[in-house]
Ligand binder design. Structure first.
Ligand code: MRU
Length: 328
């Protein structure tokens, strides 16, 4: 995988051969983005199968459950991670022998890899019709090729619109504190020759008031049955401001991001370490000893959502009611 902590200055590929290694990469955000960590976690479980010396199916399942537990404990908010782990475990469970299970999980994880790109392309095709030639799209964080196996979700919509001949510019908030916007989104858009402009997170309201954003398209880490969209911190304030300025707000997410078993009250928002906030790329920018809060995600209520772009079609208002119809 690409080491996303080194971007944009260094494009470095890293390899992992164990579930522990993959879990470490997810926790430290070497790999990040909901669909990407879903497939990576699934690969982590598959690596545990390949590396296991179990002689019986029961012993193998014990090894896989142990790996699954480590992977599940890395990051709590993106549901794709749990979806990926569970999909591999259930594949292994339904096999009759150690050899059959190992082969089946390796095949399954390769299928998931291919499916992710296909799903994003489908989602992009659904969303492309929402954009007009000349639109400026505000996003948040990185919901692009780097956050998925390829193509991207929110940025997949932009890519699809471009492929259909529309000219689109992306406004990219830096996305403090980990800077996924300025480091990653700007990197992948510039690499692909898609127009973009970095703005400070604090400029979002001003840009909207100045009519310099036509639409908001963001990714999602989990969308609950009651229509709440969990995504990178800062998404909620974009949604509130978009509502204030009459700008359509579209989350874009594959069906694996929907959690139809929970309400928004049951979701854990990851709280990350204070170091990310008080220092930038290793340099301290705040006094020592002052307490810090660092929530990594927020929840946008369905009342602020214009429609959700998914690989299974558009979820229109009323969002909560239509999620069940489009996704299940
Ligand atoms: O903390 P991160 O970088 O993993 O957060 C990523 C996001 O919030 C993305 O917007 C989300 O995962 C959607 S990615 C297609």
């Amino acid at each position: 995988m690409i080491d996303q902590t080194a971007l944009p200055t260094t494009l470095r590929y890293v390899r992992y051969a164990t579930a522990d290694g993959v879990a470490g990469a997810i926790k430290t955000m070497v790999i990040r983005g909901a669909p990407a960590i879903g497939v990576a976690a699934a690969m982590g479980v598959a690596l545990a199968a390949v590396g296991s010396d179990a002689r019986t199916k029961e012993e193998l399942m014990e090894d896989l459950s142990h790996a699954a537990e480590i992977l599940r404990s890395t990051r709590p908010t993106a549901v794709n991670l749990f979806w990926g782990v569970d999909r591999i475990l259930s594949k292994a469970r339904s096999a009759d022998s150690v050899q059959e299970a190992t082969r089946a999980v390796v095949d399954e994880v390769k299928r998931m890899e291919d499916e992710d790109v296909e799903t994003n392309r489908r989602l992009g095709a659904v969303g492309a019709g929402l954009l007009e030639d000349g639109d400026t799209v505000l996003t948040q964080c990185n919901a692009g090729a780097l956050a998925t196996v390829g193509y991207g979700t929110a940025l997949g919509v932009v890519r699809a619109a471009k492929e259909r001949g529309k000219s689109v510019t992306v406004l990219v908030p830096e996305t403090r504190p980990a800077l996924q916007g300025s480091r990653l989104t700007a990197f992948e858009l510039a690499t692909d020759g898609i127009d973009c402009r970095i703005i400070p997170d604090t400029a979002v309201g001003y840009m909207m008031a100045q009519k310099r954003a036509d639409k908001v398209i963001v990714g999602a880490d989990r969308i609950t049955a009651d229509g709440f969209v969990f995504n990178k911190i800062g998404t909620y304030q974009e949604a509130v401001l978009a509502h204030r300025h009459d700008i359509p707000f579209y989350p874009a997410a594959p069906h694996s991001t929907f959690d139809l078993t929970r309400s928004h009250l049951e979701v854990t928002i990851e709280e990350r370490g204070f170091e990310e906030v008080v220092s930038v790329r290793g340099r301290r920018i705040a006094p020592k000893g002052v307490p810090v809060s660092n929530p990594a995600f927020d929840a946008t209520p369905p009342g602020l959502v214009t429609a959700i772009v998914t690989d299974r079609g558009l979820v229109r208002r009323p969002i909560a009611k239509n999620i069940a119809r489009v996704i299940s």
